[in-house]
Ligand binder design. Structure first.
Ligand SMILES: NC(=O)c1ccc[n+]([C@@H]2O[C@H](COP(=O)([O-])OP(=O)(O)OC[C@H]3O[C@@H](n4cnc5c(N)ncnc54)[C@H](O)[C@@H]3O)[C@@H](O)[C@H]2O)c1
Ligand SMILES: O=C(O)C[C@H](O)C(=O)O
Ligand SMILES: [Mn+2]
Length: 556
């Protein structure tokens, strides 16, 4: 196991104040007397020598003294910038309480308030006017990097364009790479591409610390991305590059262009698809059903919605169904209603999910024009309903009651983040379905009591996938990221579902077991990478050994 890092290795160069100011090396009050003498720390620290446990207890006490989520977030981010070992130890001890503070939903607020709560830099900022200095920017990063998460800040959760404030997302996602996937924090790099913002509130804010211009789009945008990918490949040829929270049209174009060019994936498309496929499979299996017997309604046809449906469709095809047969089970709805082949406005990607007119015969509405969400639910009688719209309240009482009329265990996933953007809240869904709904949400929700029964709400968030994906990729040294690796991750996740053993349990395992779940998914991902020929062949034992070697644990 890769635990802590040896002070010996690093302190050759860093002594005294510089050592204490490096969050990757700092131990604060836990530097031993011997280390204090050796590394020029005498007098720079109070006399008592703490253990990591004592430091963690003090930090937790301080955390509890903050009463708002944003203050708690600021405290934890500061701790991360002071002492990463302590930060991760604290998070591991209190993962259920603290993950929502460093990640979804509070990270959304932190992005909105980024320019106001800013303390010190982390990662790299590449702004449009500095586009010709990318190589110089990367040269300023002196350490090895295994994983980059990059955003351009245009679609931050369901909160829209946050410009440079989007940096909160790569920082939060990489914290989870370490917390959940055991990736060494010293080998991670958050990046924001600052191509301006069209958010007028940010542009008008005197505190805004991004490039104060409207967004660059079109050919200039594509040229900038090309420069970025070229610079990444030059400086870190083997890095895993994760794209996060780009506007749908850019997200899809970018991943299509670069997926065979370096080790890369888009989390909103592929990570979300895998977690949702795994969770839906768990829900259906727990209810004794089969995927191919389900009609699936997807509200929202952006990165997440399309990614999810394409992976589920592939899972049906892998199970022996024809493409047309598999497609007939999906009812995907965008702002203009159901995607169907009678529509002339569908791009090639959406055409892959368009319903054929034959399948709409006998519907009680006009099927030649706009077919609404209500029309679709009433006529298709879905067993599964997923929301990825970013629109709070999009799952109305009327529609949910209609769905519940036709199925015993309606599977309902309002996946939009943060909490304020959920398509419906679990307590309403249980009320409207008289306790029958099987629920998973994108943001965390407390368990709900309904008629004396406690319902545990799974958090169907790509956080169950991307950290484990990273671990599997690093352990197998995969050179590319294939769809088959995401399919393997989805099936491995499904196998960890507590609901498979106890239908009353949550669909997804508790966060307290996340590192164990991550190991299982990583094993499956590594095996799939070898199978796909994008990693060199090694035995299962070697995979396990590499996973343990890669896993970093917060210890001094
Ligand atoms: N739980 C997770 O792991 C997870 C992962 C990715 C995205 N998300 C969430 O999903 C939401 C969407 O993300 P995305 O990347 O797909 O964004 P996106 O902008 O690519 O897609 C949203 C789509 O929803 C459509 N839409 C909006 N309102 C609608 C309505 N009333 N009816 C039908 N369609 C409507 C939009 O036209 C757009 O196509 C966000 O809130 C995001 O936070 C959750
Ligand atoms: O960030 C999250 O919580 C999940 C997802 O990537 C999103 O964009 O909503
Ligand atoms: Mn995202």
């Amino acid at each position: 196991m890769n635990s802590g890092r040896s002070t010996e290795e690093f302190t050759i160069e860093k002594r005294g104040v510089l050592l204490i100011e490096d969050p990757l090396l700092n131990k604060g009050t836990a530097f031993t007397q011997e280390e204090r003498v050796k590394h020029g720390l005498l007098g720079l620290l109070p006399p008592h020598v703490d253990t990591l446990e004592e430091q963690e207890e003090r930090a937790y006490e301080a955390f509890c003294d903050f009463h708002t989520d944003i203050d708690k977030h600021i405290f934890l981010r500061q701790l991360q910038d002071e002492n990463e070992t302590l930060f991760y130890r604290l998070l591991l001890e209190h993962i259920t309480e603290m993950m929502p503070i460093v990640y979804t939903p509070v990270v959304g607020l932190a992005c909105q308030r980024f320019s106001h709560i800013y303390r010190r830099p982390r990662g790299i900022f590449i702004s449009y006017p500095e586009r010709d200095s990318m190589d110089a920017i990367f040269e300023n990063i002196e350490h090895d990097v295994d994983v980059i998460v990059v955003t351009d800040g245009e679609r931050i959760l369901g909160l829209g364009d946050q410009g440079v404030g989007g940096m909160g997302i790569p920082i939060g996602k990489l914290s989870l790479y370490t917390l959940c996937g055991g990736v060494d924090p010293a080998k991670t790099l958050p990046i924001v591409l600052d191509l301006g913002t069209n958010n007028q509130e940010r542009l008008d804010d005197p505190r805004y610390i991004g490039w104060r211009e409207n967004r660059i789009k079109g050919a200039e945008y594509d040229a900038f991305i090309e420069q970025f990918v070229t610079a990444v490949k030059k400086r870190f040829p083997h890095v895993l590059l994760q794209w996060e929270d780009f506007a749908s049209v850019d997200a899809e174009r970018i991943i299509d262009k670069y997926r065979d060019d370096l080790c890369t994936f888009n989390d909103d498309i592929q990570g979300t698809a895998a977690v949702t496929t795994g969770t839906i499979l768990a829900a259906i299996t727990a209810a004794g059903g089969k995927l191919v017997d389900q009609n699936i309604v997807m509200l929202g046809a952006g990165s997440a919605g399309v990614g999810i449906c394409l992976q589920l469709k592939q899972a049906m095809i892998d199970n022996g169904h024809s493409e047309a047969e598999a497609r007939s089970h999906f009812y995907v709805i965008d702002r203009d209603g159901l995607l169907h082949s009678g529509r002339t406005d569908l791009d090639p990607l959406h055409q892959k999910l368009a319903q054929s007119p034959e399948n709409l015969k006998g519907w009680d509405c006009d099927v030649t024009g706009t077919i609404s969400f209500a029309d679709v639910v009433r006529n298709s009688k879905p067993g599964v309903l997923v929301g990825a719209t970013g629109q709070a309240g999009a799952f109305t009482e009327e529609i949910i009651r209609e769905m519940a009329k036709h199925t015993n265990r309606p599977v309902i996933f309002p996946l939009s983040n943060p909490t304020s953007r959920a398509e419906a809240i679990p307590s309403d869904l249980l009320k409207w379905t008289d306790g029958k709904a099987v629920i998973a949400t994108g943001s965390p929700f407390d368990p709900v009591e309904y008629n004396g029964v406690t319902h545990y709400i799974a958090q169907c968030n790509n956080s169950y996938i991307f950290p484990a994906m990273g671990l599997g990729i690093l352990a197998s040294r995969a050179r590319r990221v294939t769809d088959s690796m995401f399919m393997a991750a989805a099936f491995a996740l499904k196998e960890t579902s507590p609901a498979l053993k106890d239908p009353a349990a949550s669909l997804l395992p508790s966060l307290t077991t996340i590192r164990e779940v991550g190991r299982k998914i990583a094993r499956a991902v590594a095996a799939a990478a070898i199978e796909a020929g994008v990693a060199d062949s090694i035995t299962e034992e070697e995979i396990d050994q590499r996973i343990e070697e890669t896993m970093w644990t917060p210890e001094y």
